[in-house]
Write a protein that binds this ligand. Structure first.
Ligand code: GLP
Length: 247
């Protein structure tokens, strides 16, 4: 694993944007794995700026998002489908048929999950996967569990995730309690993974995930076994890793 420490959240976004821009320039038909949450917003802004400056062409790029809330229609402003259009897709020249977000309104969620994994395979697999991390160590919506789930599947969200994410909904009751998420296996298949993290709330979990035991109780810990993972984090998020002398 490689760690890129940055002073600020903005620097974290710029460093991650450089890696994504290089990937897109080097392989214009790359398959990107994309993430939602607060952490990637500046990274997406930076990619839009590079696109506007004529430096990035998304016309042959395709993408697969990690997850979606169950039950939220695409046009709910807290759906991840909406988030991605708002944060990136509406502002770059990616083809409409080429970006994918799991459908959380599917009647058969298991079947939607299997079809999603098949589509990723048809596109040749993910070249570069972006990840954030939840305060409980979740990646995508793979919550702490007794085993590592493989494919895209429906999950019950934990009380910790519901508490953190309900702040974005008009009322906490609107926050879905289930999601459809790529599994650890789907994520692990990516050739290269970049995990971004920012702020003090991620400091403990980053140490546990990257320097503690590999366990499904901390889903992100499986990344220690992947061949090409880069962690880009600001100093607040790296505090515990520094204190324990791991960096
Ligand atoms: C969310 C998403 C994850 C994201 C994580 C951290 O619930 N499902 O993909 O990485 O939680 O989010 P944030 O970046 O807002 O801290």
């Amino acid at each position: 694993m490689k760690i890129i420490p940055t002073q600020t959240k903005d620097d974290m976004a710029s460093a991650a944007a450089e890696i994504f821009a290089e990937q897109i320039s080097t392989k214009p038909d790359s398959v990107l794995g994309l993430a939602t949450g607060e952490t990637p917003r500046e990274l997406y802004k930076s990619l839009i700026e590079k696109h506007d400056a004529g430096d990035l062409d998304f016309s042959k790029i395709s993408s697969f998002n990690l997850d979606e809330y169950v039950g939220l229609p695409k046009d709910h402003d807290q759906s991840y489908n909406w988030y991605m259009r708002d944060a990136l897709f509406n502002h770059v020249n990616i083809a409409d048929d080429n970006w994918h977000v799991p459908d959380g309104t599917a009647t058969d969620l298991e079947a939607e999950g299997r079809a999603y994994d098949e589509r990723i395979k048809e596109y040749g697999g993910v070249d570069l996967q972006l990840l954030g991390i939840g305060v409980n160590g979740h990646i995508a919506f793979n919550e702490p569990d007794s085993s590592f789930p493989l494919g895209t599947h429906p999950v019950d969200l934990t009380p910790s995730t519901i508490e953190v994410n309900s702040q974005y909904f008009a009322t906490p009751e609107e926050m879905p309690t289930k999601a459809l998420t790529m599994g650890i296996g789907s994520i692990f298949n990516a050739d290269r993974i970049v995990l971004i993290a920012s702020g003090p709330s991620k400091a403990d979990i980053l140490y546990d995930a990257f320097f503690g035991p590999v366990t499904p109780k901390i889903p992100a810990s499986i990344l220690q076994m992947h061949k090409d993972v880069t962690l880009i984090a600001d100093e607040e998020a790296l505090r515990v890793i520094r204190e324990k002398g791991a960096l």
